[in-house]
Design a protein around this ligand. Structure first.
Ligand code: F6R
Length: 365
């Protein structure tokens, strides 16, 4: 049931404050301002030398954000690859490794094969899944459910932000267990996670503003998405979402890679969506925006209030998300990125919930 929405995708985008809240309530103890992994989700990151993450598509991008989190907050090295490569790569697995697979459906063939490979190598295998009775959930040693509810739109939205919520909670947990996050720091990180549902709700109020970009974007043949740090996976997610449902060609790139090739594409006809919260690498991204603007590129900057105030580079349009702690920015910035793809596709009249050539669950390789 779509309720009052035109598409399941719109309904699922709007459900995010609620389902992220449900998911977080499973992994955060707000009375103690701690993460809580109990009742079958108990995990010890302290002895690990490495975390291996694998997934496909949007779930892979969630894993890529998590790599930055685990490395930064828990000093835990992360090796990540798309499952279709990972399963055939013959990666040497060592005793101190643990593997984590991420899947909305829990049935993705490549992800499942990667999980089975790791199990055959004798290491512990964990999964973040949205369907608790799925094959991946059944075969994993340890399951961290996302509580997104059934996702019907083929383009994943609420499952992605719920995956990020679980992964962020896990990263804080790992940081504490590995002695790199103090109790006070953990409390601050937990507090910022607890703010996510409210902030995501406020980000939804940008919808009309983002919708106004649909018409100019719909005329583009190619769109580039740029981001650094945790915004780099979001850039790839934005590009994936746009190409899936609007059929406009889009690429997500790490902003710093621009000058190593893709800058050759820039002219007045190529919109460049820059995802840049006011974080440690903000100024670096701004200098890449300047390079785009100098070549006549049309920059759509998605930033926060501090970023909008600090940005000296010329932009064609700016979307201003509420200020949030750097840690949770990827979850909040997912919203304008999803809304931009959604409204562009709606404007173009495509079948948003059932885009051509795509299936919700990819059970063959
Ligand atoms: C993109 C999308 C796909 C899936 C991918 C993995 O919007 O939905 O890229 O993320 O097929 O699917 P799951 O998460 O079910 O393993």
């Amino acid at each position: 049931d779509k309720g009052n929405y035109r598409h399941f995708m719109a309904k699922e985008i709007h459900e995010q404050p609620e389902v992220i809240g449900h998911t977080l309530s499973r992994y955060l103890d707000l009375s103690k301002m701690q993460t809580t992994f109990t009742n079958g989700t108990s995990i010890d990151f302290a002895p690990l030398d490495r975390l291996i993450i694998s997934a496909c598509g949007t779930a892979y991008y969630a894993g890529l954000v998590a790599k930055y989190w685990f490395e930064r907050y828990a000093r835990l090295p992360v090796d990540i690859d798309v499952a279709s490569e990972f399963r055939y790569r013959e990666m040497p697995i060592r005793k101190g490794d643990m593997a984590l697979f991420i899947s909305q459906s829990g049935e993705t063939a490549d992800t499942l094969a990667g999980l089975r490979y790791c199990k055959s190598q004798g290491i512990k295998v964990a999964a973040v899944v949205n369907v608790p009775e799925s094959t991946i959930a059944r075969e994993a040693d340890l399951v961290f459910p996302t509580i997104a509810g059934r996702e019907i739109g083929v383009a994943s939205t609420k499952a992605f932000t719920c995956q990020l919520a679980v992964l962020a909670s896990l990263a804080v947990h790992a940081g504490v267990q590995r002695g790199h996050v103090s109790a006070d720091e953990a409390a601050a990180l937990v507090r910022s996670l607890a703010e996510v549902p409210g902030t995501v709700n406020r980000a939804l109020s940008l919808e009309a503003e983002v919708e106004a970009l649909a018409q100019p974007l719909s005329r583009a043949r190619d769109v580039l998405y740029l981001g650094r740090g945790t915004s780099f996976p979001l850039a790839m997610e934005g590009a994936l979402k746009l190409k899936e449902i609007s059929y406009i060609h889009a690429e997500g790139y790490p902003a710093g890679e621009l000058k190593h090739g893709p800058i050759a594409l820039i002219d007045e006809d190529v919109p460049v969506i820059v995802i840049a919260p006011f974080d440690q690498v903000f100024e670096k991204t701004v200098s890449n925006m300047e390079e785009v603007a100098a070549r006549g590129g049309k920059v759509v900057l998605i930033t926060d209030e501090k970023g909008a105030a600090a940005c000296g580079a010329p932009t064609w349009r700016t979307v201003v998300v509420p200020d949030v702690p750097e840690f949770i920015a990827p979850i909040v910035f997912a919203l304008p990125v999803q809304l931009l793809a959604y409204h562009t596709a709606v404007f173009m009249g495509t079948d948003v919930d059932q885009p051509r050539n795509l299936a919700k669950s990819v059970t063959v390789e």
